[in-house]
Design a protein around this ligand. Structure first.
Ligand code: ADP
Ligand code: MG
Length: 561
């Protein structure tokens, strides 16, 4: 069977072509979206999707998310005592999606169409193919995400059209300008912001919540993690409601917040403001005006927020298209492409080339209190820039009598260089002067052949040093694939039928932690009973007990939300 997969940074979704339409396939937990999160639990078993996502803030050292940003790089992620590449983590996700479809449809599926961002280059596209292969899926085709969205909206059938796809996901923002002509669909320009997404709204809201109680410890990461979980929930509620109330028990105290859409808007104004620039950039690159766009298509979970929709409407002076569930549209498009492939009439889309797929920059220090904090990433060439490109940035010494400047070159999209990939280093002598008085111009030049030239020129002395980086693309060799397969196959996983039960226990546990007194005892009793029945391994008893615990959770959800 052939399936269509949206392998997202925050969430994945799968569609199949059935009875002439593209249908989403729910996962083992009955949800259309599977969080793109992988982790290990306390007894060393691998967790994929929802159960891993639930531990993202509580067990950050045992949980990995947003690894799609590293596809096609040699970045290594540590999980417990093992190391993984982004391809391998993606393969674990794909394996889980594959198993979900096979269980749901009762047949084997071994072929896939996977969507990728329009700006992904060859290395990144090959990495996605490798991930598919590691998951036991032959990747029939890769499809550009904005093209998939256009297919879902039926726009690809029209004769001549230009439209803009506005994709605001969890942590990334992509704007694509699409041009349709004579049955060919072309991504004319792509722009975006890799540090912008729905998660920024969640973080702003969590900070606001923290600030409402001045005596709370602002540096407590465990507390902030809990607030993030709460504010994510509240943010989604404010999509359909004007206001909501939240409560949380912290160190014997009940914290509560009344949240309204006005408060959310207040918290998020600057984030909304940041959406403008990439839109303008994409239009400029494509040499189109906003008025020339026949449609504006909304994609990505964060475009559910009314305030995002309003901001888009204001930006274009008209209402965008958003009839489909925005976080499902790309998977639906992938399912349509699967249908077209099966009928041998697949749509061809033209890939954007000659854009820089990653952000390149250097490590810098940032002022923190009296001193400086190292390890911050200063982007020089942003992802999506047209190649060849050359950019310069001036940097300064931070200490008195500093003897040299160390230029550490990184590739990646994270704010901290420790999460990016180190490409090389360059050391240049500076004249010893008071801090801030010796400066240098750092120039990055990236050529069409993928060669990065870094030049650092000291302004006082005119002295300059050069470093040339020829990045050998981080593709997996056949030997590495075999090795990875062995590694992935050896990973301990919970039997699938136990997954749902474990998830229910985790969910009930979360309510236990939030509750107090009688309600707490009530949940504890249910959990104790359920866990005892699970120990019996008697399928019929387990099924009955599962129903009870599901009812309890449904009741608690109503109570708390
Ligand atoms: P990605 O494309 O990055 O994988 P998605 O398109 O799934 O991500 O979008 C995920 C983002 O959408 C998250 O930040 C999530 O909070 C947000 N989101 C999902 N549903 C809602 C909702 N009902 N209201 C507001 N934000 C939402
Ligand atoms: Mg997406």
């Amino acid at each position: 069977m052939l399936i269509g997969i949206d392998l997202g940074t925050s969430n994945c979704a799968v569609s199949i072509w059935q009875d002439g339409q593209s249908l989403l396939v729910p996962n083992v937990y009955g949800k259309n979206l599977t969080p793109s999160v992988v982790g290990i639990d306390d007894d060393g078993h691998m967790l994929v999707g929802a159960p891993a996502h639930a531990r993202l803030f509580t067990h950050p050292e045992l949980t990995l998310a947003s690894f799609k940003r590293f596809m096609g790089t040699d970045h290594s992620f540590r999980l417990g005592n093992q190391h993984f590449r982004a391809e391998e983590l993606s393969a674990l996700l794909l394996r889980s999606l594959k198993a979900d479809v096979e269980q749901h449809c009762g047949c084997k599926c071994d072929r896939a169409i996977i969507t990728v961002p329009a700006y992904f280059n060859d290395v990144q596209r090959n990495a996605v193919r490798a991930a598919g292969e590691l998951a036991g899926l032959h990747v029939e085709r890769l499809l550009n995400e904005p093209t998939a969205a256009s297919l879902a909206y039926g726009l690809a059938n029209q004769q001549e059209h230009k439209f803009l796809v506005f994709d605001l996901g969890g942590g990334t923002f992509d704007v694509s300008i699409i041009d349709m002509f004579e049955g060919v669909i072309e991504v004319r320009a792509s722009s975006g912001d890799v540090f912008l997404g729905g998660d920024d709204f969640t973080r702003s809201l969590a900070s606001w919540m923290l600030n409402q109680y001045p005596r709370l410890d602002k540096e407590n990461t465990a507390l902030f993690g809990q607030l993030l979980t709460l504010s994510e929930k509240a943010k989604c509620q404010l999509t359909t409601e004007e206001s909501t109330t939240l409560q949380y028990q912290w160190q014997g105290e009940t914290l509560s917040w009344n949240l309204t859409t006005d408060i959310l808007l207040q918290c998020c104004e600057s984030t909304l403001e940041r959406m403008k620039k990439p839109v303008m950039q994409a239009l400029r690159d494509a040499r189109f005006s906003a008025d020339e766009m026949d449609h504006i298509v909304l994609v990505g979970g964060a475009t559910r927020m009314p305030l995002v929709r309003q901001a888009v409407a204001r930006l274009f002076g008209r209402f965008p298209r958003g009839e489909l569930q925005p976080d499902e549209a790309i998977a639906i498009g992938a399912g349509i492409q699967a249908g077209l492939v099966l009928q041998d009439q697949a749509l061809d889309d033209i890939v954007l080339t000659d854009v820089m797929p990653f952000t390149l920059g250097i490590a810098t220090s940032r002022r923190k209190g009296e001193g400086y904090e190292d390890g911050h990433f200063l982007p020089l060439i942003e992802r999506n820039s047209f190649v060849p490109v050359s950019r310069v940035e001036t940097i300064m010494t931070v200490f008195d009598q500093q003897k040299h400047l160390d230029i550490c070159v990184y590739q990646g999209e994270s704010r901290l260089v420790s999460d990016n990939v180190l490409l090389g280093m360059l050391r240049v002598d500076v004249p010893p002067l008071p801090a801030g008085e010796a400066s240098a111009d750092v120039r990055f030049t990236y050529t069409l052949d993928g060669i990065l030239e870094v030049e650092c020129k000291i302004n006082r002395t005119g002295l300059s040093e050069k470093l040339v980086i020829e990045k050998a693309p981080g593709s997996l060799t056949p030997e590495q694939i075999t090795e990875s397969l062995r590694k992935l196959d050896a990973i301990k996983q919970h039997p699938r039928e136990q997954l749902v039960n474990r998830q229910l226990v985790a969910e009930a546990n979360a309510y236990y932690e939030q509750s107090l007194g009688e309600q707490r005892q009530y949940i504890a009793d249910h959990l104790y009973h359920f866990e005892r029945i699970l120990d019996t391994q008697d399928a019929r008893q387990i099924a009955a007990a599962r129903k009870e615990i599901e009812e309890l959770i449904a009741y608690l959800r109503r109570e708390w939300e």
